[in-house]
Design a protein around this ligand. Structure first.
Ligand SMILES: Nc1ncnc2c1ncn2[C@@H]1O[C@H](COP(=O)(O)OP(=O)(O)OP(=O)(O)O)[C@@H](O)[C@H]1O
Ligand SMILES: [Mg+2]
Length: 261
């Protein structure tokens, strides 16, 4: 028997930050009839707040360096402001949403990233996802909405890229569901020319990704998306696509291809 379909959708700061876009997205999201989980970023709002408070922002290859002040800002904006607003709006759209940060229900467990060439600070590398808890929620008709925070064994909250959280959730659920992972962003897909929104790469395999990365055609926040997206495909996630708000349930935009396809 075929596993039931579950779509894990990740939205970025560009959508979260614009009330019109967010409303449009949440409307479409609430109408999806198959099982679904939402993961959101919120980097732009965090940057704005950091600027207002004169706290410096540092990002390397799309990944944020997080000191304790920045972590507090992340808790306030991701878990407090953004997550709560999304959940409230979804519930008004008759989608029974439940807001979670990584500590809620022990859902996203992580360890602080060891310091190698770069010290990312209070950033978590995910060790495991409490998929049983997520299954209970979706099994009772709820839609989990997660922000980009994880928690370690000592109770220390850690900042974790939302793309990675989405991919790890997709992987953790793939043993029981037919999982589609969808990254929704401001661009219509992975572009071969960032200045030309018509240059969408429809199918992308690992070889092409490495080549484009070497040629610096792919950079910044697209790197963690593709890195974790290909990893998810290797780990039994059925499909991974990168698209914009207009196409959240379809297969348009860029479809990642696993090895040998
Ligand atoms: N080849 C490419 N095609 C499309 N976008 C690219 C490409 N290379 C780099 N990018 C950049 O990646 C960005 C998306 O990643 P970014 O981290 O900024 O957003 P996000 O992950 O959607 O949001 P958040 O980080 O808040 O969760 C695009 O806005 C674009 O500037
Ligand atoms: Mg990002």
């Amino acid at each position: 028997m075929m596993n039931e379909k579950l779509q894990v959708i990740k939205i970025g700061g560009d959508i979260v930050d614009k009330p019109d876009l967010l409303h449009h997205f949440l409307n479409s999201f609430s109408k999806i009839t198959h099982l679904k989980i939402l993961v959101h970023g919120g980097g732009i709002l965090l940057n704005d707040l950091a600027e207002k408070l004169s706290i410096p922002v540092k990002v390397i290859d799309g990944r944020r360096i997080t000191d304790s002040e920045t972590l507090d800002l992340a808790l306030m904006t991701y878990s407090g402001l953004i997550n709560t607003k999304i959940v409230a709006k979804l519930n008004s759209l008759k989608c029974q949403a439940v807001g979670l940060n990584g500590a809620d229900g022990g859902v996203i467990n992580a360890v602080k990233r060891p310091v190698r060439e770069i010290d990312y600070g209070l950033v978590g590398d995910i060790t495991d996802v409490n998929s049983e808890f997520l299954k209970i929620l979706i099994g009772s008709g709820h839609t989990p909405v997660l922000c980009a925070l994880s928690c370690d064994q000592s109770g220390q909250m850690l900042n974790t890229n939302a793309d990675t959280i989405a991919a790890e959730i997709a992987i953790a659920m793939a043993s029981e569901f037919d999982v589609q992972l969808t990254y929704v962003l401001d661009k219509p897909g992975v572009l071969s020319d960032l200045d030309n929104s018509n240059s969408i790469i429809r199918m992308l395999n690992m070889e092409q990704y490495k080549d484009l990365k070497k040629k610096q055609k792919i950079s910044g926040g697209m790197l963690p998306k593709l890195h974790t997206g290909f990893y998810a495909l290797q780990k039994s996630v059925s499909s991974v696509n990168i698209t914009n708000i207009k196409n959240i349930s379809g297969q348009s935009g860029t479809q990642l291809q696993s090895e040998g396809n």
